[in-house]
Design a protein around this ligand. Structure first.
Ligand code: HEC
Ligand code: HEC
Ligand code: HEC
Ligand code: HEC
Ligand code: HEC
Length: 269
């Protein structure tokens, strides 16, 4: 666990910049609050034997006492504290000029694109036809298949920081199908799917408009890469329990999946 934590800290280099730049006198009240929480935590540690959750909790308290995040800030997509990002938020993924056009319709892309060949999901009941990952999914997989370094951006290709827990590998047979056309015709054939062109996504428009890319379901149909739902940084997703334990609920989804709400947006089961 320790090495994993340090891996995260190294990838994002969070600890370093937070302390160096944000820890000014004006944050003193927050710091005192942190000390208070730490003392509280100490008494919990004596009760709680899990070192894993303790180290985790200490780290989270430290971060959230120092600064409050919003959206990307203090998420796992916040690379601004890493030296290789030029301390910028957007640069590892976007550039205003000389963008990478390998993936059609990509938003001014600045990260090296994966060239892996993927194994795709199959099942006897699958009605859609799955080719290789396309569009936005390919952009995600350019870090999340574990073959391209996270710091390979702006033309740099010798990076050394790779995804850790978020490595979903090039084997997508055990992952929800992606890059599949999801239209009224598929919904007709399947019978267990809502019609995307007429069903509300619950986010303001239809499934087709809010969640699909050129009628295709992609990683971005479920995930918001800019994590706009999060207004609290680390503790938005890692919720510290009264007893000192912790639960993780990712706000990187477009909507909460409580009661499988996300799944039931498209599925009629
Ligand atoms: C980890 C990579 C990553 C980072 C960091 C990132 N983006 Fe994005 N961005 C993406 C991906 C992938 C898409 C396409 C997915 C989508 O449209 O939902 C995208 C889409 C966009 C779009 C076009 C679609 C839209 O949502 O309007 C804009 C504009 C954008 N990003 C701006 C930014 C800005 C500004 C920053 C920095 C504050 C930023 N992004 C940081 C990956 C990233
Ligand atoms: C520039 C590299 C990069 C790109 C591009 C990228 N990610 Fe990530 N993502 C990371 C890293 C690094 C982590 C931290 C976890 C780790 O180290 O394994 C992460 C974590 C996550 C997490 C887990 C934490 C959370 O917020 O729930 C999700 C989900 C995620 N990414 C989804 C996506 C999706 C979807 C896309 C494409 C729209 C994407 N990522 C694009 C690098 C990237
Ligand atoms: C059908 C919806 C759906 C699609 C499509 C989808 N995901 Fe996810 N993903 C989820 C849900 C739900 C979770 C669990 C979130 C949580 O823990 O709260 C998740 C979790 C993750 C995590 C965190 C992994 C961890 O260890 O907890 C990563 C990284 C991730 N997804 C990346 C991706 C990438 C990359 C793609 C595209 C190749 C993708 N997802 C496509 C729904 C989806
Ligand atoms: C948008 C949601 C989100 C935010 C914000 C977030 N995390 Fe996470 N984090 C996750 C998810 C999802 C996982 C994977 C949990 C799992 O698989 O059990 C995770 C895992 C971790 C892990 C364990 C990594 C491992 O290798 O097992 C650490 C440490 C961590 N987060 C620290 C942080 C810190 C520090 C912050 C604030 C800078 C933060 N997280 C912000 C969603 C988030
Ligand atoms: C944006 C719409 C959407 C969301 C959200 C979504 N799915 Fe799907 N799901 C689909 C589509 C489209 C297919 C492909 C169906 C087909 O081709 O037969 C699919 C396929 C599947 C399959 C495989 C079906 C088979 O016949 O092999 C399962 C299982 C599944 N989804 C479960 C889930 C779960 C669990 C969630 C929530 C975490 C979820 N889905 C969220 C649209 C969605």
């Amino acid at each position: 666990m320790k090495t994993q934590i340090f891996k995260i800290l190294l990838v994002n280099n969070l600890f370093y910049k937070s302390v160096k730049f944000k820890f000014t006198l004006y944050l003193l009240p927050l710091f005192l609050n942190f000390i208070y929480q730490l003392l509280e935590l100490k008494s919990n540690i004596q009760k709680e034997k899990s070192i894993k959750s303790t180290i985790f909790t200490v780290l989270l308290l430290l971060f959230c006492s120092i600064t409050i995040g919003q959206g990307l800030r203090l998420s796992h997509h916040d690379f601004s504290r890493a030296s290789w990002s030029g301390n910028e938020y957007c640069k590892p993924c976007h550039t205003p000029h000389n963008a990478n056009l390998e993936v059609p319709d990509s938003p001014l892309w600045n990260h090296q694109v994966t060239s892996s060949v993927f194994e795709m999901y199959t099942s006897p009941t699958l009605d859609g036809v799955l080719g290789q990952p396309l569009g936005k999914s390919k952009l995600c997989l350019s870090c999340h298949d574990g073959t391209v370094a996270v710091d390979n951006h702006s033309g740099f290709t010798n990076g050394t920081a790779f995804v850790g827990f978020g490595n979903i590998s090039t084997n997508l047979r055990n992952d929800h199908p992606i890059s599949v056309i999801y239209d009224s015709a598929l919904a007709d054939v399947d019978g267990y799917l809502h019609d995307p062109s007429s069903t509300s996504s619950g986010l303001g428009n239809t499934i087709e408009v809010d969640l699909l890319e050129n009628d295709r379901l992609e990683c971005t149909s479920c995930h918001d890469v800019h994590i706009s739902r999060n207004t609290q940084g680390c503790v938005g997703c890692h919720q510290i329990q009264a007893g000192g334990g912790m639960v993780t609920k990712s706000l990187s989804l477009w909507k909460s999946n409580d009661g499988s709400a996300l799944c039931l947006t498209c599925h009629k089961k």
